[in-house]
Design a protein around this ligand. Structure first.
Ligand code: CAA
Length: 241
């Protein structure tokens, strides 16, 4: 059914921007969240006609306020894509507490904050689609990313636990685990390191946001009601899990 209300966190840029646009084009009523880049968000809103909502997904009170705003302006959230994510790469012996904490809060605590804010309404309506955007690096680990790998791996466990709770209420909870995708986040990886990584991808290229969007798109559809607690890996064969 089109016309469902979909909220995408980190939904104005990168993979999240792709998800927002394609859901919007398919007839979903999309709300795109962002954390700080007002100019890019305004540009996105003008270009796409998708309303943007500024709140920090990693902060519980901000999310409560943000969701109330989405419900008022767009409607009760039926589809939630937890996509907001950051990296603060460093080897552990050089990593500060802030680098650890920022990543855990933004990537993992945000899942709790967002799901907690929408789950009761999904249970009442007996319908919900939640997709958590994890990572190949949460499945396989990655040098220089204990914070990021822990957060993404945590999202995968979170997905399976909540899937069990939602099943009797028509709520499916799944994860997509992207590999290295051509976004600002990946383009920030040192060139030499990235070259090595690309050499290890059997398909021989970085992913594009659209590659990830297709998987999300299927999982949020009404038809995917028998798929829950699963992780779809979209990584060009880099890690076969
Ligand atoms: N395995 C083994 N050794 C490695 C390594 C690896 N994957 N990567 C780096 N090293 C080694 C280097 O070869 C180097 O060794 P030598 O000194 O003997 O040459 C040593 O570690 C230090 O490397 P750097 O000079 O790069 O050290 P640094 O402290 O400046 O930076 C780093 C370390 C932050 C980890 C940096 O290498 C880096 O940014 N790596 C990229 C990490 C990465 O892949 N991040 C993914 C971001 S995108 C993303 O996360 C999206 C997603 O979901 C996929």
């Amino acid at each position: 059914m089109t016309g469902r209300v979909a909220l995408v966190t980190g939904g104005t840029r990168g993979i999240g921007g792709g998800i927002s646009r394609e859901l919007h084009e398919a007839g979903y009523r999309v709300a795109a969240n962002y954390a700080g880049n007002d100019e890019r968000a305004r540009q996105f809103e003008e270009e796409t006609g998708i309303p943007v909502f500024r709140f920090d997904a990693g902060k519980f009170e901000d999310v409560q306020r943000g969701i109330a705003d989405v419900v008022e302006r767009v409607g009760p959230v039926e589809v939630l894509v937890n996509n907001a994510g950051i990296t603060r790469d460093s080897t552990l012996h050089k990593m500060s507490f802030e680098q650890w904490d920022d990543v855990i809060r933004t990537n993992l605590t945000s899942c709790f904050n967002l799901c907690r804010a929408v789950i009761e309404s999904m249970r009442e309506r007996k319908f919900g689609r939640i997709v958590n955007v994890g990572s190949v690096n949460g499945q396989a680990g990655q040098y220089g990313q204990v914070n990021y790998a822990a957060s993404k791996s945590g999202m995968h466990g979170f997905t399976k636990a909540l899937a069990q709770e939602g099943a009797a209420y028509g709520i499916t909870v799944n994860a997509v685990a992207p590999g290295y995708v051509n976004t600002e986040m990946v383009r920030a990886v040192p060139e030499k390191v990235l070259e090595k990584i690309i050499r290890r991808i059997p398909v021989g290229r970085l992913g594009e946001p659209h590659d990830i969007v297709r998987a999300v798109f299927y999982l949020v559809s009404d038809e995917a009601d028998f798929i829950t607690g699963s992780t779809v890996s979209v990584n060009g064969g880099q890690h076969m899990y």
